[in-house]
Structures are given as structure tokens and as C-alpha cells.
Design a protein around this ligand. Structure first.
Ligand SMILES: NC(=O)c1ccc[n+]([C@@H]2O[C@H](COP(=O)([O-])OP(=O)(O)OC[C@H]3O[C@@H](n4cnc5c(N)ncnc54)[C@H](OP(=O)(O)O)[C@@H]3O)[C@@H](O)[C@H]2O)c1
Length: 341
């Protein structure tokens, strides 16, 4: 197939000339329109898929990385030509913890840039009406004030352990803004805080703090361990959003938000890692001692999103942490065999 890449064909596809304002009309998306969720098997993508199904969307499109490698530009353009999505959420990315980001920075930069550029270019060439690009809180400068406001983007140096990933995500935000400026399409970006929930990565090496704790406390309960030792002092503050809330926020933004600036998605509240450890222990039913190895590093003292913009757009988180932890533990217990390693 021939990919549409010239400005002329893109303008025909979008029906928009360069420099026009966006054509956004707030309100429900068409439940019968083809809707592509890129990364629909991941933590975020699968939650968005469930949400869209529950909301009555009847033409959901997904492809695994084995079926469609989003790094393959020609394949991505052919996929868009065949499926003709009207809406796209880009929740596909190479994602990992500090260790993976720090060890494989070129992969995190190059893979993510290619995935984004291919999907967004194909979406533009095919005149996709609404696109939601997902980034992450690591886009903000390492020493930015807390809570993190959207306007802090590009005001300082990034955290070096994940700067390659962050630069790819920042490029994605810029690409969305550039499409808006040049073609007037009402595309948007959202930056989630730490997410957790069904479908999370519980692997001992690749997981984030919350799923790693669930695994550790569950193993301790099953083996009857007298104590569990956590890294650091337990004093750093972190924010956690259930992925079903995230999916709800994504649909809300697609139906109600139009703006150049990306939108932070979080709860707006944080807790200490120590509090989290006690809540996780309670959720799995572990009754042993909780200890701290203070010779290990703590990481950033605080990481909290400012969610004023999201609140002003009419959305707030609903799932309390204790409830979210309970259902995540249930999911983990039911999916022991199929979890990612
Ligand atoms: N998890 C969090 O706490 C968190 C926080 C903030 C932001 N985010 C953002 O949310 C987005 C999704 O994250 P996630 O946690 O859902 O990640 P995830 O669970 O690892 O899922 C990533 C998805 O991307 C797909 N993918 C990766 N490389 C691909 C490729 N080359 N071709 C096609 N598909 C590919 C995978 O498809 P297959 O399964 O088919 O291989 C997978 O379904 C990312 O942009 C991330 O930055 C996540």
C-alpha cells in the first residue's frame, strides 16, 4: 500500500488547512464508530478497552504487538488503511521500571519514538478525529516544585535514570500540539500518575512499587514469614490511581476536553510508602512485622500531580486505595499462572 505522508493528502484526509482552530464539539463520542486502542492488552489499554465495552462502544479495534509491531511504519499505515479508526487512544509503549530504563535507554528512546511517530503520522494521514496520547509524570523536571503542574514541563533537567523515556514522551506531547497547530485537529495528551490494578506487571524485576509489594506480602503470607523488609525509610510520598479510574478519565477527556496543554491525571493526594506497605499488608492479610532497610535509597521525597486542570475539566478519581488494593489482590490471586514474568 502507499502511505499518505504529504501535506496535500493529509489536508485532504483531515479536511483542515494549516493554522485552523480545532473542530471540537464536547459531548458523547459515537458508540458505533471504529475506535482503535493501541496497546489494548497492557495495564492501561486493557482498562480502557473494558471501559469502552461497558460504555457500549461496538467497534473496538486492537492488535497485539505480535500481530502489529507499531515500530513498523508501513505495517502501521496499512493497518490504519484497513481499519479506518475514527478515534485512537495511544496506550502502547515500551514501559519499564528504573532498572530497565537505566539499563536500556536507547531502546526506551528509539522504540517509543518510533511507535508514537508511526501511530500519530498514520492517524493524521487518515484524518482520525480524536487522538489521546498517554505520557507519564517522568516528563517533569527532577527538581520541580510539588505538586507537579502542567506548566512545569521543560523548565528544568530531567531525572537522568529515565530521561530517554521522558524525552520520547515529551516529543509525543509536542507532536500532538503541532498537529493541533498545523491541522486544527482536536487531539489531546494526558499524563497519568502511578497506576495500579488488574493486568499490572507483578514480575520481581520489572514491576513498579505497588504490584511488587503485593507480590512480596502475598509470598510472605503464604510462607508464614515473620517479617517483610522494604527498601528505604518508608517516608517518601507517592500517589496511586486505580487503572479503572484512569480509563474513566481518558473517556471523560475525549468527550469533554480540548486544549493545547496536556492534562495530569491523578488523585491529587499522596501517602507515605510506609502507609502503603501497611495497606498492602492488610489487603493481602499478612500479619507479620513490617521492617525497613534504611541503608537502601529512598528515591525522590515526593511525587504528586497537581490535578486542578483535570478537576476543572469535570473529573475526579472515585476508587479509594483500600478498595482498589483489595480488587487488585483478588486479580493477582486469580491470575498467578498468567502474570508477566
Ligand atoms: N503503568 C503505569 O503506572 C503508568 C503510569 C503513567 C503512565 N503510563 C503510560 O501508559 C501507557 C501504557 O502503559 P502500561 O502500564 O499499560 O504498559 P504495559 O502494561 O506494558 O502495556 C504496554 C502495551 O504496549 C504494547 N506494545 C509495546 N510495544 C509495542 C509494539 N512495538 N507494537 C505494538 N504494541 C506494543 C504492548 O502490547 P502486547 O501486550 O501485545 O505486547 C502492551 O499491551 C504508557 O505510555 C505509559 O507511559 C503508565
Amino acid at each position: 500500500m502507499t502511505a499518505q505522508t504529504t501535506e496535500e493528502t493529509t489536508e485532504q484526509a483531515t479536511g483542515k488547512a494549516a493554522g485552523t482552530t480545532t473542530s471540537f464539539v464536547p459531548g458523547p463520542l459515537d458508540r458505533t464508530a471504529p475506535f482503535y486502542v493501541a496497546g489494548h492488552r497492557g495495564l492501561v489499554g486493557s482498562a480502557i478497552w473494558r471501559k469502552l465495552q461497558a460504555e457500549g462502544f461496538t467497534d473496538l479495534i486492537g492488535a497485539t504487538s505480535a500481530e502489529l509491531d507499531l515500530k513498523d511504519r508501513e505495517a502501521v499505515f496499512a493497518f490504519f488503511a484497513r481499519t479506518k479508526p475514527r478515534y485512537v487512544v495511544l496506550a502502547a509503549a515500551k514501559v519499564g521500571g528504573i532498572l530497565a530504563n537505566n539499563t536500556y535507554p536507547v531502546d526506551f528512546l528509539s522504540d517509543n519514538l518510533r511507535i508514537q511517530v508511526n501511530v500519530l503520522d498514520a492517524a493524521l494521514a487518515h484524518g482520525v478525529e480524536r487522538v489521546l496520547f498517554l505520557g507519564s509524570s517522568c516528563i517533569y523536571p527532577k527538581l520541580a516544585d510539588q505538586p507537579l503542574k502542567e506548566e512545569y514541563l521543560l523548565t528544568g533537567h530531567l531525572e537522568p535514570t529515565n530521561d530517554a523515556y521522558a524525552i520520547a514522551k515529551i516529543a509525543g506531547i509536542l507532536q500532538i500540539q503541532a498537529v493541533r497547530r498545523q491541522y486544527g485537529l482536536p487531539w489531546i495528551s494526558a499524563m497519568p500518575t502511578n497506576l495500579y490494578g488488574p493486568g499490572d506487571n507483578f514480575s520481581p524485576t520489572g514491576s513498579h512499587v505497588l504490584p511488587a509489594m503485593i507480590r512480596r506480602y502475598e509470598v510472605a503470607r503464604l510462607t508464614g514469614a515473620e517479617s517483610v523488609t522494604n527498601w528505604g525509610t518508608g517516608t517518601p510520598l507517592r500517589e496511586f490511581l486505580h487503572v479503572d479510574d484512569m480509563a474513566d478519565a481518558c473517556l471523560h477527556l475525549l468527550e469533554h476536553y480540548d486544549g493545547d496543554q496536556h492534562v495530569n491525571v491523578g488523585t491529587g493526594t499522596d501517602l507515605t510508602i510506609k502507609d502503603l506497605a501497611h495497606q498492602v499488608a492488610a489487603a493481602v492479610g499478612y500479619q507479620g512485622r513490617i521492617e525497613w532497610d534504611t541503608t537502601k535509597p529512598d528515591g525522590t521525597p515526593r511525587k504528586l500531580m497537581d490535578v486542578t486542570k483535570l478537576t476543572n475539566a469535570g473529573w475526579t478519581a472515585r476508587i479509594p486505595l483500600a478498595e482498589g488494593l483489595r480488587t487488585t489482590v483478588d486479580w493477582y490471586r486469580q491470575h498467578q499462572d498468567g502474570i508477566r514474568q
